[in-house]
Ligand binder design. Structure first.
Ligand code: TYM
Length: 333
């Protein structure tokens, strides 16, 4: 039997999971765990680039682990681990840093954005973020990396670093991984405030979280950015309205969406009804997960057990890669 392809992906514990994380990444994790050799982790080292409060960080790590389990990741089918439980990643990061050039790191869009948003904390970890991400992926010699559209550039850099490593040591140790989504393209889920992709770093009202209480959820969605309504038949919806249609595509029935699209085209649409429908459908989608998330979050023994078994699986795979990489580079006696 041929070897299963290897899949790796992670999420930063910077808060709770939102629908962007789910439809951009986690839906793919759920399918891939059935057929592939999967490693999914919580990227706590990466979070340190923004100096989070340590108590909040620990809570976020536990919360994301609870969400992974509640959303259906199964620790008997995939390795679920915490990035910092696998310090082998940090060693590979050090080696990959030798192949990451300052100029290219400075041109990365996520870095440029952080330079704008946190000008007083442009640390070396932030600059070399893509090298750490490459280490996460290459430590398991991944073939596929299920991520949202915003991570595409990091995947290109991962391939560049791997290629340079292989070339320098004349050794094809590191396979070149591809960003992956089951759809035709990588996904970008929009937020509610028409500021591009759904993100925890946009305003409070932008992201829809699995743990949002029904009232909060409805309030957020009802205040989503729209416009004053179409005045010309068949006009193109504004960005905010388009975003609502895109969110509906993820959680609503096709005939309901069609009905509202028609109403937009003939200028009879009422945005209150459109948002009300989205709020109902999102609520229906997230409600079954709320209790499960709570259950796992409040059962530390389950979380600890899962993290330990994930660490054991991940370590075995990481050790193999490090031996190859160290050998190729000529390290040690
Ligand atoms: P992070 O924590 O910002 O996001 C986790 C995953 O969710 C996806 N995502 C989205 N997808 C579609 N639409 C959105 N609005 C949206 N928002 C977030 C992201 O693309 C990602 O797949 N650098 C990574 C974490 C990481 C990683 C890795 C990922 C560290 N090492 C190795 C893959 C492999 C990040 O900050 O994702």
């Amino acid at each position: 039997m041929s070897k299963k392809e290897i899949v790796v992906s992670g999420i930063r514990p910077t808060g709770k999971l939102h629908l962007g994380n789910y439809f951009g990444a986690v839906v793919n994790f759920l399918k891939l765990q059935e057929t592939h050799d999967c490693y999914f982790f919580i990227a706590d080292y990466h979070s340190l680039t923004t100096h989070p409060d340590s108590v909040n960080l620990k809570q976020s790590i536990r919360h994301i682990m609870a969400e992974y389990l509640a959303l259906g990741l199964d620790p008997t089918k995939c390795a679920l681990y915490i990035q910092s439980d696998l310090p082998e990643t940090a060693e590979l990061y050090l080696l990959l840093n030798m192949f990451a050039y300052k100029g290219e790191l400075e041109r990365v869009s996520t870095f440029k954005e952080k330079v704008k948003t946190q000008p007083n904390n442009i640390n070396a970890g932030l600059l070399t973020y893509p090298a750490l991400m490459a280490a996460d992926i290459l430590i398991h010699q991944a073939d596929l990396v299920p991520v949202g559209k915003d991570q595409e550039q990091h995947l290109e850099m991962t391939r560049d670093f791997a290629q340079r490593f292989n070339h320098t040591y004349q050794n094809e140790v590191l396979p070149l991984p591809q960003a992956f989504s089951f759809g035709d393209e990588l996904v970008k889920v929009p937020g509610l405030t028409a500021q591009g992709k759904m993100s925890k770093s946009n305003s409070e009202k932008d992201a829809i979280y699995f743990t949002d209480e029904p009232k909060i959820l409805r309030k957020k969605i009802m205040s989503a950015v729209t416009d004053s309504g179409p005045t010309e038949p068949n006009s193109k919806p504004s960005e905010g309205v388009q975003n609502i249609f895109e969110l509906m595509r993820l959680v609503s029935n096709a005939d309901v969406i069609e009905k509202f699209k028609k109403a937009h085209a003939d200028c009879t649409i009422r945005y209150g009804d459109l948002k009300g429908q989205l709020a109902d459908d999102v609520e229906q989608f997230v409600a079954p997960f709320r209790e499960k998330i709570d259950y796992y979050y409040n059962n530390p023994e389950i979380l600890n057990k899962v993290a330990l078994s994930g660490q054991t699986k991940a370590k075995a795979s990481a050790r193999k890669t490090l031996d190859l990489v160290r050998g190729a580079a000529g390290l040690g006696l």
